[in-house]
Design a protein around this ligand. Structure first.
Ligand code: GDP
Length: 683
């Protein structure tokens, strides 16, 4: 018998049972661990003996406590949830020494560094993430967010401490632990295409409607909430890691639990692996749903074995990943899946303070006929109420109506509850944060401030993210850094070879963290993940998919392409040890224009070219440019004049060019040839 099963039998939470087991000196790993009959008997005896092992193990109060506040439909918040008369805590105060680093201040203000950087731009201050801010500036900006900064006083001073007077209700206050109440988990399905993410979402939604007594017509509000065993679970409606990471890149970390959906007949595929890496990079809890078990060729154990190989050992095999065999088609295993989600949520102790002004994120937004701008939002903390003044990205408004996922108008929406919100003056972007403000004036002022900041940041350069060149610049020598990397290569063999070489780099300043590695070209998803995780992208013998350059520019993501393993590893080693030479040593020797494409060889297409500038050689390195976008960097596989191999082709001459690992030519592409000039490295 599993720990969580016994907990259920005894009407207590797994956590309480774990405490009790510890008290009884019964060693178990987690809620999923097995207990012998004898051990279970011991526990039963203790519980029925009426002698609570410790305070935490009192078995009665839990059901109501675990109930989360809902959008006004299902479980009402427990009585203790409404401490009406309780005073709001005063403004938060932070004592600092002299200056504050942007990154640290952003953390203290509970915002993303790039949001803070944008706000600083609005004050005409252009600071990078690791830059120190003048105390006065830091104080000014903190005040806008309800945080009072104080300079550290010298200990000799014996004046009485100044009493900070509570001026306004702080917006970014840190919630006190005693005010926090359990909230529903927010779940996203990720996984390979066609493995059943959408079908699972539909099946779970349908199962609720059948159960539902109110019988409302379900409304698409970006996410929906189901009730299971008196507790709520929220599912994000757009499955898949692209949407998941896109939200994250905008600062919206909504998901608590990512469920990797794997079809039992197909097993782990390329996008499953990618989804796992995206979930891991986000640091969310991972569970697995092994779907399509109704199929005759379903092989649940094979999938578990594959999960094990991916480093996600299933809990019933001694690991900690909960795996639920399910069928979206027949409904088998769905109840068990919901139960396991709640169990996982219990372990995560998800909490938020309902009794405060709401904040959360826009899941999606549009202009709807008869309604004006509508934003489907998910409340993260606090309670969104009808009539609240809200600011959302650079827009603001007053909440005119709230519609829940059952199509009912509601007056409030608490933590983890999705609602459609009407009343904004404009359509916000997906991923934008919303905040409830004291009044319209305040909301409007913040919105205007943000509009100005956004305008300025458009004038300025792109957001600055991680870059190899300044990994160790502008930083404190004592601080340890993390270099997050996305690595894409042409074949699995090189991927492993490069990972091996990278893992051997020793640096006492930098820890290397490969958040995604895979075979294939660099995609938009890779760039978004890099943006969300402040990573750089390194490609070996791969090209960038079209559109990648534009997004990388917009997001400020660095992409480096290599065609020699040694150089790739060396650049990273040098960056990690502070020796990277940021200057590039290349010299362009010539350009050819693609005039015609021949598909006559198995080894890849041949570009019929005209040398339009300089000279081109078979030994030189090349890059393919299309309308100023670099699509590929690599080497020449063959260079021919008429039928013969040529070492060099001069300006005005025609030739046939085949490149290593690139065939995707279009007429008009420019192939640029360059050589590397070696400049002695300073060591
Ligand atoms: P997604 O791309 O991951 O969202 O996958 P879908 O939910 O669109 O499902 C892909 C296909 O698999 C559809 O044809 C579904 O009908 C089918 N499918 C999904 N779940 C199951 C299942 O549990 N059993 C069977 N037999 N088919 C399923």
């Amino acid at each position: 018998m599993r720990v969580h099963e016994l907990a259920k039998e005894l009407d207590m939470t797994s956590k309480e049972l774990l405490a009790l087991l510890k008290d009884l000196s019964i060693e178990v790993k987690s809620h999923a661990s097995s207990l012998t009959e004898e051990q279970a008997g011991q526990v039963r005896a203790r519980v029925s003996g009426g002698e609570p092992a410790r305070e935490a193990a009192s078995p009665v109060k839990t059901k109501t406590e675990a109930r989360a506040p809902s959008g006004g439909t299902a479980a009402p918040p427990p009585v203790e949830a409404e401490p009406e008369a309780e005073p709001e805590p005063g403004p938060r105060t932070l004592v600092v020494k002299g200056s504050v680093v942007v990154k640290d201040l952003a953390e203290a203000l509970d915002m993303k560094p790039n949001q803070l950087i944008a706000e600083l731009m609005g004050m005409n201050i252009f600071a990078s993430i690791n830059e120190k801010l003048d105390f006065k500036v830091a104080k000014e900006i903190s005040e806008k967010h309800g945080l009072t900064l104080e300079q550290e006083k010298k200990p000799v001073e014996r004046k009485p401490a100044p009493v900070t007077k509570p001026e306004t209700v702080p917006r970014a206050e840190t919630d006190r632990p005693e005010d926090l109440l359990p909230r529903p988990p927010v779940v996203t399905f990720l996984g390979h295409v066609d493995h059943g993410k959408t079908s699972l979402l539909d099946r779970i939604r349908k199962s609720r409607i059948v159960d539902s007594e109110s019988g409302g017509i379900s409304q698409h509000v970006g996410a929906y909430t189901v009730e299971h065993n008196d507790q709520l679970i929220t599912f994000i409606d757009t499955p898949g890691h692209a949407a998941f990471t896109n939200m994250r890149a905008r600062g919206a970390n909504l998901t608590d639990i990512a469920i990797i959906v794997i079809a039992a007949d197909d097993g782990i595929m390329a996008q499953t692996r990618e989804a796992i890496q995206h979930a891991q990079a986000a640091g969310v809890t991972i569970m697995a749903a092994i779907n399509k078990i109704d199929l005759p060729n379903a092989q649940v154990d094979r999938v578990k074995q594959q999960l094990q190989q991916e480093g996600l050992a299933p809990e019933d095999w001694g690991g900690d990943i909960i795996c639920c065999p399910v069928s979206a088609a027949s409904g088998e295993g769905i109840d068990h899946l919901l139960e396991m989600i709640l169990l996982q949520a219990e372990v995560l102790e998800l909490k938020a303070k309902p009794n405060r002004p709401a904040m959360g994120f826009v899941v999606e937004a549009k202009l709807e006929q008869g309604m004006g701008p509508t934003a489907n939002v998910l409340v993260k903390k606090g309670t969104l109420k009808l009539g609240d003044a809200i600011v959302c990205g650079p827009h603001w408004g007053r909440v005119k109506a709230l519609i829940n996922d059952r199509g009912n108008k509601v007056r409030t929406a608490g933590p983890s509850i999705p609602v459609k919100c009407l009343g904004l003056n404009n359509v916000p972007e997906a991923g934008a944060e919303f905040l409830a403000c004291g009044n319209d004036r305040e909301a409007r002022a913040i919105a205007e401030e943000r509009t100005n900041a956004a305008r300025l940041s458009q004038l300025g350069s792109t957001p600055r993210r991680a870059s190899l060149d300044d990994l160790l610049r502008e930083t404190d020598a004592t601080e340890r850094h993390k270099l997050s990397l996305i690595l894409k290569t042409d074949v699995q063999g090189t991927l492993e070879a490069i990972q091996q070489s990278l893992s051997e780099i020793k640096s006492d300043k930098v820890t290397l963290n490969t958040i995604l590695s895979g075979v294939g070209n660099i995609t938009e998803n890779d760039v978004i993940l890099a943006s969300a995780s402040n990573a750089i992208i390194v490609g070996f013998h791969v090209a960038k998919e079209s559109g990648v350059n534009a997004i990388a520019r917009r997001e400020g993501v660095e992409i480096r392409l290599y065609s020699i393993i040694y150089e790739l590893v060396d650049d990273i080693r040098q960056a990690m040890t502070g020796l990277l030479q940021p200057v590039s040593h290349e010299k362009v020797i010539g350009q050819a224009e693609v005039r015609q494409i021949f598909d006559i060889s198995k080894k890849g297409k041949i570009a019929g070219c005209m040398t339009i500038k300089g000279r081109i050689t078979a030994r030189a390195r090349t890059r393919v440019k299309r309308r100023n976008e670099i699509l590929y960097e690599g080497s020449v596989s063959s260079l021919k004049r008429f039928q013969n191999d040529a070492a060099e082709v001069r300006e005005g001459q025609e030739c046939g060019i085949r490149l290593d690992n690139f065939s995707d030519f279009e007429t008009g592409d420019i192939i640029e040839f360059y050589e590397l000039e070696h400049v002695a490295q300073e060591l």
